[in-house]
Write a protein that binds this ligand. Sequence first.
Ligand code: AN7
Length: 356
Amino acid sequence: MYNGVIKRYRQYLNIEDDSKIVTMNEGRTLFHKLVNLPSALGLKNADIYIKFEGLNPTGSFKDRGMTMAVTKANEQGSGAVICASTGNTSASAAAYAAVAGMKAFVLIPDRKIALGKLAQAIVYGAKVIAVDGNFDDALNMVIRLAKTEPVTLVNSVNPNRLQGQKTAAFEICDDLGHAPDYLVLPVGNAGNISAYWMGFKEYYENGIISALPKMTGFQAAGAAPIVENRIIENPETVATAIRIGNPASWDKAVRARDESNGSISAVTDEEILEAQKLLASEEGIFAEPASCASIAGVVKFAKENRFEKDKHLEIVCILTGNGLKDTSVIIGNGDAEDKIIHAKPDFDVLSQIIRQ
Ligand code: AN7
């Protein structure tokens, strides 16, 4: 039976032999070659794969890092975890803390996280603290609190988080048999891009893969500190998960970009939402807006002829979170009137609609 990322990749992780592993059998997520998108984008010589991290137990990639962070916190006898979050980290921390029998304190920017994520933190039993500020303010607070209070910080500044998250790079290489040409993903606090790069490099150094991917990150245009090379004081984007103005792993992400000969660019909210619809309507996959920054990025690169045409390319897009967490971007506040036909359950009326 599959038992989660720590058991599968234990030789690459620093785990005590007698450690009690806190897992929800995360990982081994859907890896799938897209059917319609490459030709729709005019990329005849490319395969585009998605890794749907939104199919992890709490609906995002955060579960890979959280199994490590909470296992380690538990190993060290901690009774509580704390994090700042744009939503997914809080959901994941709350769930893993519940499994470990620990308390969870989560600080979120008030009214700026998707409701599905808020519902998760509440139902898993975390103490939810909505702060009058953005993610960056909340992160500064929890870093300070964890220094003096009896709580373990489980944001990605905790190195165990990146250790767990690097397992996604291993899975991609194990599935493909090598690394892809491009690894495309959204960038917020920049932990994930740093973790993937660490994972690819470890496989390379161990001789499991013989080439490395170009790390290709995308930030939302209103929250693109790495692209603009400056702290963004008031980041804004519809992709609330990546509404971050001063990423904790900024330097690591820049190193991943430069060492891999990759890039970090911006996509607009409009491009993100268009990509979300495109992915759903062409491929039947519903990912949250932040995740679709990766698809928007591929669309943008295709339009700008940034992909090599003279060789067969493998492009892997990471879909970091599940679309079901954030339905309001599709249906507003419960109001999807222009998408719905209201009709009586009357055969003639309905057949008329079908024939139109
Ligand atoms: C869906 O949950 O920062 O660049 O507090 O939820 O590793 O930060 C979420 C980040 C991309 C960015 N996609 O990843 C949080 C949080 C989704 C996310 C990112 C996040 P990083």
